[in-house]
Design a protein around this ligand. Structure first.
Ligand code: FES
Length: 153
């Protein structure tokens, strides 16, 4: 690979292997995720194997490998929400969006995540949509919110 083909983000790094995490963080901060191409470029730039780069990137949950959806739906799977039907909410989102946790719809409109406690257990079961908390949710209420807010059902 020629130097000029490298992404400009590499310019602020010297190319030492110990810069790997900082470089991955910088890429993700700019792009919102780590593309396969930039992971390969990072390996070349830092003179480490692609396996090393992929291994480190996949070890840390902070890194993501697909572009974020325009709308983020997070269903709490913490203990309080779980006993109040969190799994049913998760299954309802899967039906509505036709994707599983950790996935983004093909049109990039929605991303769905199952997450640990969202910090408002008294409102269990909790769903968060684009930062807004919806408490005491049921699958029926969830479907209504998705329809009223995003026009999908
Ligand atoms: S367990 Fe769901 S908000 Fe705490």
């Amino acid at each position: 690979m020629e130097r000029e083909e490298q992404d400009s983000i590499f310019a602020s790094f010297s190319g030492k292997p110990d810069e790997l995490i900082s470089l991955l963080q910088a890429i993700q901060k700019r792009d919102g995720y780590l593309s396969q191409e930039l992971l390969r470029q990072a390996a070349y730039f830092l003179k480490v194997s692609e396996n090393t780069v992929f291994g480190v990137a996949s070890f840390y949950s902070q890194f993501r490998f697909h572009p974020p959806g325009q709308n983020l739906v997070r269903v709490c799977m913490g203990t309080a929400c779980h006993v109040q039907g969190g799994k049913q909410l998760s299954e309802e989102i899967e039906k509505i969006l036709s994707i599983g946790s950790g996935e983004t719809t093909p049109d990039g409109q929605f991303e769905f995540q199952e997450v640990a406690c969202l910090g408002c257990c008294a409102q269990a079961s909790v769903v968060e949509m684009n930062g807004r908390i919806y408490g005491k949710m049921t699958p029926t209420l969830l479907r209504e919110v998705m329809k009223d807010t995003y026009g999908i059902s």
